[in-house]
Design a protein around this ligand. Structure first.
Ligand code: PEP
Ligand code: MN
Length: 334
């Protein structure tokens, strides 16, 4: 970190500042010029609040050289993280499909969809039991009952299950869940992230609606700082000025996050698109950009789905997407 001190700062002020900075465990390299004094901070600066530092009256500018995320940073962990869940590996060249309805709606619905997506090539079954809906009057999910139905579908098909946690007080219900999803709306629920850091469950962390890539990485850092390194990041579209799509799929984030972090990157084209026609092209683009897996919403009867029907694929459409994404994977692996 490079800190430029304003001209006219007296020696006492400078000494006080240096003492305070040293209390964070960093070494200071000082360079006194004719017009300004520059402090080069060496060591782990992640505990220094750059906004607070910049706001001090004697500071001209603060520039971070190293990134504020450490555990998630590829610089400190060059090899891809590979997460193995119930025999299925994700990351480091291992690619998986996660598929299922937006919400668990009934025993017949979840079991039927689970069987169909498994046949089509999905390793993981997704389904929401606790649903974060914009309207309090919309279907809120089957909650505890939905969790039981997911577990039953897991028993019947052998598929590991992925489902969203909305409140840490529900954690006990997630004992048999294989991957805990943190939804876009909770990406910066830091208390939730800290608690998940103390579990040993793989976490699928979705990017917030208006979160930068660095904010997503810092949220992953919250989980990892607690000791849980099994984190997968999920690009699910961000909010932009565009209104033709539900969100804007940030394909560049997939390629760029692969550079910045060793964590697996999952793409969710369903929530980016908002309508089913666009799911396939976005899934293909995400696969080509280097995603480690794709999560897609699939419903037996999209027109009557209780949540996110317009973006749901039928099992046949999902099968077609899997075949074409596999073809892209084969080209990449040549
Ligand atoms: C979901 O996966 O069903 C969901 C609610 O996603 P997001 O948090 O990305 O909106
Ligand atoms: Mn959904």
């Amino acid at each position: 970190m490079v800190v430029v001190i304003k001209k006219g700062t007296n020696e006492d002020q400078l000494q006080n500042l240096k003492e305070w900075l040293r209390s964070f465990g960093v070494e200071i390299h000082e360079s006194k010029g004719e017009y300004e004094t520059i402090l080069g901070l060496i060591g782990d600066t992640s505990h220094i609040d750059t906004d607070l530092l910049s706001s001090l009256s004697i500071i001209d500018s603060v520039t971070r050289i190293s990134e504020p995320f450490k555990a998630a940073n590829r610089k400190f962990h060059p090899d891809d993280t590979v997460i193995e869940i119930a025999g299925h590996k994700i990351g480091g060249g291992n690619f998986q499909y996660i598929a299922g309805p937006c919400s668990v709606e009934s025993e017949e619905q979840i079991n039927f969809i689970a069987r169909e997506v498994k046949k089509a090539g999905a390793a993981f079954l997704r389904g929401g039991a606790f649903k974060p809906r914009t309207s309090p009057y919309a279907f809120q999910g089957m909650r505890g009952e939905g969790m039981k139905l997911l577990e039953e579908a897991k028993k019947q098909t052998g598929m590991p299950i992925v489902t969203e946690i909305m409140d840490i007080s529900h954690l006990d219900l997630f004992e048999n869940v294989d991957v805990i999803q943190v939804g876009a709306r909770n990406m910066q629920n830091f208390e939730l992230l800290k608690e998940l850091g103390h579990t040993d469950k793989p976490i699928l962390l979705k990017r917030g609606l208006a979160a930068t890539m660095q904010e997503l990485l810092m949220s992953a850092e919250y989980i990892m700082a607690g000791g849980n390194n099994k984190v997968m990041l999920c690009e699910r579209g961000i909010r932009t000025f565009e209104t033709y799509t539900r969100n804007t799929m940030d394909i560049s984030a997939i390629a760029l996050l692969k550079e910045k972090t060793h964590l697996p990157i999952i793409a969710d084209p369903s929530h980016a698109a908002g309508f089913s026609r666009l799911v396939k092209p976005l899934a293909l683009a995400a696969t080509a950009a280097g995603a480690d897996g794709i999560m897609i919403e699939v419903h037996n009867d999209p027109a009557h789905a209780l949540c996110d029907g317009p973006q749901a694929l039928t099992p046949e459409q999902f099968k077609d997407v899997v075949e074409d994404c596999n073809a892209i994977r084969n080209i990449l692996n040549k």
